[in-house]
Design a protein around this ligand. Structure first.
Ligand SMILES: [Zn+2]
Length: 247
């Protein structure tokens, strides 16, 4: 069973260095299902595309209604901005009323440090709600995996997912903290997966594609299947680990 730990659907607010807004208005839950079916992907974690901070709540609720026909195959993570007043209450409502099962933070697009105190309030709420926190890494100083390492030490009861295996620093950071998981999109080579499994074990590595960004599901899956690891480890990475994490 393949369970993709990182995908997006929905409209994208324009931002300066991506052309995603050109294709995102037509990228729907049905489009995602087509890509999943083409690649034998049974389930996916889905989050909204980029929205300006004050529009994130609306984007999350729109996502929730658009995945309703696919509830057996899609699990929603709420993308929120820690600087928006009441974001903790937004998270609680999304989890309790709209069945969201994780929190997603993007310090790089949001323009804040993951170590900022405002982030603590949201993480505390995530711990209370028993949901994992996925945080974007890579693409500049705001995306350092070591910031998630600091959070993970400060919040031993929280579970963090480092989105994207693009910064090699993520391996050392995950080795130091048992409550950090690594999501594989943008890993440069199957060797990176092999190295990660050797360093932290296969149980804390999650296959993710970041579709419709990234290189497509078949490319992202191939990095796992081509890695020099055992079949059992591949099964864990391709789906079992994320299934267990969101329970
Ligand atoms: Zn993403």
């Amino acid at each position: 069973m393949i369970f993709d730990a990182h995908t997006h659907i929905g409209r994208c607010d324009p931002f300066h260095y991506s052309n995603l807004e050109d294709k995102s208005p037509t990228f729907t839950a049905a489009n995602l299902i087509e890509e999943m079916d083409r690649n034998n992907v049974s389930r996916a974690v889905v989050m909204p595309n980029y929205s300006l901070p004050h529009r994130l709540e609306r984007a999350n609720i729109e996502l929730s209604s658009s995945i309703k026909p696919y509830r057996d195959r899609m699990v929603a993570f709420a993308w929120l901005d820690p600087r928006i007043e009441g974001c903790g209450d937004q998270l609680e409502k999304l989890v309790r009323t709209h069945k969201f099962m994780g929190l997603k933070l993007h310090p790089v697009l949001g323009g804040y440090y993951a170590t900022n105190k405002t982030v603590h309030t949201l993480v505390e709420r995530a711990v209370k709600l028993k949901i994992p926190v996925m945080i974007h890494t890579g693409w500049g100083a705001l995306g350092r995996p070591s910031h998630i390492g600091e959070l993970a030490e400060y919040f031993p009861d929280a579970k963090f997912i480092i989105a994207h295996m693009i910064d090699p620093e993520c391996l050392d950071v995950a080795r130091r903290s048992e409550n950090i998981y690594l999501e594989t999109s943008y890993a440069q080579h199957p060797r990176m997966i092999t190295r990660a499994a050797a360093k932290i074990g296969a149980t804390r590595i999650l296959y993710g594609s970041d579709h419709p960004l990234g290189g497509g599901m078949s490319f992202e899956i191939s990095k796992i299947t081509l890695a020099d690891i055992g079949d059992e480890e591949k099964t864990l990475i391709l789906g079992e680990n994320i299934s267990r994490l969101i329970k």
